[in-house]
Design a binder for this molecule. Structure first.
Ligand code: ADP
Length: 553
């Protein structure tokens, strides 16, 4: 069995030898071995492939010299020498008469090398039988997973979240190599095969990728989930070009290890919520129409707090409650909802509809529908102040920047990566190190005098930096101010990515920290809008969505 990674690999050639090919899909959790064998700036896929080969053996592997990362992987594997057949195919970067000739020679050399290694004979009949026929063009709305190759788990997550069919248009997902219509004389064979391989929808490493418009100009394309791999620049470039167009698009970057639990689904679902036809609608059972006394509940099950909001049919907040999220998200949701009901003097049976949101929404066993925090915070913030065009939500484990249009619809959003920097958790840890309560940090920040920059991006290193600043007798207020600036600088980067514009509203627990607010205001040059209780904005949005979906039913 030959394994390959790139769609330009001549798999029909191997079929001619009677040998099957399989695309190698590395499934790795870390880069422990890869990072010991090569430098860490290989792209995420290169590192994953190397890790997989070092862990599970290289096997018979055909690589293509796509980029420096794959060349380095080849170098390491060749030096290791555990593969019975390891080959680096030289792929031209353009499709011209000259490059077809060159590639034809490269294919012929590969064929000779494989025949010499395996002792097998090539059959033209088998070769011809291996070509697939062209897939029909889509004739109904669909979503495209575009960009750099995606792991099976990413493709599966997109498919599971979308009610529209998903087409895998990533660099390896779309392989359109077709047999030339007429039988070929032997001398023309190699060049015709080279032309068929090079004539595919080009990948971004080709000099002229204009043929890729085939993918993005389909009239049935409803939206694009664009995947980039860390340190792979080819596809970042295409994303920035597409982003300037009108196609609904969102970017997901991975390093090829499994994404942080919940985060990937939230990103995909939040994007699909902006394309109503792509989001599966949960059937509305049991929510029989009720009178104007009906109430609506929103529950936000966050990593740190669980918040419930009760809304009347005329959109008045009847009561809300914020409780800490304990080990069991379901119990906290119960507690928050019951406490809100008690405050409002209402009964559970009076709730016409409940929408849940937040990281734990899938696990709390409450509610008629789950909606992402992105949509809910946007909804809540716009309700509180229709001037809002950018929402900055910093919670316990996530920070998000959400861009709204004039009607309050989400037009773009970004989230922090799987890293605590720039989140409430970062501040919680630093408060512990400084032996203070996180709720006092904002006030302490007011007394700062000396500018201190916390330069570490990683939370763990930042903590060591704080410990060393304490040892240097730096004033607590100055350290706290430095920490708040570090959070604001993370947010500044997210703001730039969505081309943020005012008015800005801050939501989430960290909005209660006036020091962080001031540091962000310095970045935006505008005052931040703030609601009376910023922590409940997501639950409020969820309650509003509950009311709206009830009214529509
Ligand atoms: P999640 O939605 O992830 O549960 P929250 O929106 O509840 O997160 O925000 C939790 C974070 O807010 C905490 O990690 C803490 O840093 C911060 N926070 C909560 N209350 C306060 C407060 N009174 N003053 C300052 N920061 C606070």
């Amino acid at each position: 069995m030959i394994q390959y990674i790139c769609k330009y690999t001549p798999i029909e050639l191997f079929a001619g030898f009677g040998v099957e090919c399989a695309r190698r899909e590395p499934k790795v959790e870390s880069f422990e071995l890869a990072d010991g064998a090569a430098h860490q700036n290989l792209c995420g896929f290169g590192r994953a492939l190397l890790e997989d080969c070092l862990r599970n053996g290289t096997g018979e592997l055909v690589l293509v010299n796509c980029c420096d990362s794959i060349r380095r992987v080849y170098d390491v594997l060749q030096q290791r020498g555990d593969s019975p057949f390891l080959y680096l195919l030289d792929l031209p970067r353009c499709e011209t008469a000259c490059s077809r000739k060159r590639f034809a020679q490269a294919l012929q050399q590969l064929s000779e090398a494989y025949a010499a290694y395996s002792g097998l004979r090539f059959s033209y009949k088998r070769f011809c039988a291996a070509f697939s026929s062209a897939a029909p063009s889509p004739d109904a709305p669909y979503l495209s997973l575009l960009g750099a190759r995606a792991s099976e788990s990413l493709l599966g997550a997109v498919q599971a979240s979308s009610s529209l069919p998903v087409q895998n248009d990533t660099c390896t997902g779309r392989r359109d190599v077709f047999l030339p219509s007429q039988a070929l004389p032997e001398e023309a064979f190699w060049e015709a095969y080279a032309a068929a391989l090079l004539g595919q929808t080009p990948c971004m490493r080709m000099t002229n990728p204009s043929g890729r418009r085939r993918i993005t100009e389909s009239p049935y394309l409803g939206g694009v989930i664009y995947h980039t791999v860390k340190f792979c620049d080819y596809y970042d470039y295409e994303y920035s070009v597409l982003k300037q167009g009108r196609l609904p698009i969102t970017k997901i970057e991975t390093d090829y290890t499994p994404p942080a639990p919940g985060q990937l689904e939230t990103r995909i679902e939040a994007f699909l919520e902006t394309l109503p036809e792509a989001k599966p609608q949960k059937p509305q059972e049991g929510s029989a129409k009720m009178d104007q006394n009906a109430i609506f509940a929103g529950i936000d099950s966050g990593s740190t707090s669980t918040n419930a909001v009760l809304l009347s049919a005329d959109k008045h907040i009847l009561a809300y409650c914020v409780v800490p999220t304990g080990a069991r998200a379901g119990e906290s949701a119960h507690r928050a909802l019951n406490a809100a009901l008690q405050k409002a003097g209402r009964r559970r049976e009076e709730i016409a509809r409940t929408v849940t949101t937040g990281y734990g929404r899938a696990h709390i066993g409450e509610g008629d529908q789950g909606v992402t925090e992105i949509t809910c915070h946007a909804k809540g913030a716009f309700f509180l102040n229709p001037q809002v065009r950018t929402v900055i939500d910093i919670g316990g484990q996530d920070s998000k920047v959400i861009r709204l249009d004039d009607a309050g619809r989400v037009t773009d959003f970004v989230m922090n990566d799987k890293c605590a920097a720039g989140t409430g958790r970062f501040l919680d840890m630093m408060a512990r190190t400084l032996e203070m309560d996180v709720s006092h940090m904002g006030e302490v920040d007011r007394g700062w005098k000396e500018e201190i920059t916390i330069s570490s991006i990683c939370t763990v290193f930042a903590e060591s930096e704080v410990v060393s600043l304490i040892a240097q007798n730096k004033r607590t207020a100055d350290i706290v101010h430095g920490l708040h600036k570090s959070v604001a600088s993370k947010i500044g980067a997210l703001l730039a990515r969505v081309k943020a514009a005012g008015a800005y509203m801050m939501t989430g627990g960290v909005a209660k920290n006036e020091g962080v607010r001031r540091a962000i205001e310095e970045k935006t040059g505008e005052p931040l809008l703030l609601s009376e209780e910023p922590q409940i904005c997501g639950a409020l949005g969820a309650a509003l969505l509950a009311l709206e979906s009830w009214a529509k039913a």
